[in-house]
Design a protein. Structure first.
Length: 107
């Protein structure tokens, strides 16, 4: 409960993010490459996850943004960084070269 990012690596990476809030879009954005996170479990005991890698860091930053009312489109690098999924799928190699890190789209 109540996850908080308490430290970031200072290094960023770019990626295409997808989200069930807008399943037909992908958003090119920057995320911190590693984070430290603290949270409380169901009985209130505080825990930490330290030095999380790209995949975990990206996912948790995305989900914590949702808790804070922020969507991936709010992090778009620029106007050309919001694309239709079908455009990405037709030109995947081109779009993948525009980012540092690629994940498999979830929808």
């Amino acid at each position: 409960m109540n996850p908080q990012i308490v430290s970031v690596s200072g290094f960023k990476f770019t990626m295409w993010d997808d989200c069930m809030s807008f399943p037909d879009l992908l958003v090119r954005l920057e995320r911190d490459s590693s984070i430290d996170l603290k949270y409380r479990d169901e009985i209130g005991i505080e825990h930490e996850w330290l030095n999380l890698g790209h995949a975990e860091s990206e996912l948790l930053q995305h989900e914590i943004d949702h808790l804070d009312g922020i969507l991936a489109i709010d992090h778009a690098i620029d106007a050309s960084s919001i694309i239709y999924r079908r455009e990405y799928e037709k030109n995947r190699e081109y779009f993948d070269r525009l980012v540092d890190y690629n994940i498999k789209p979830t929808v």
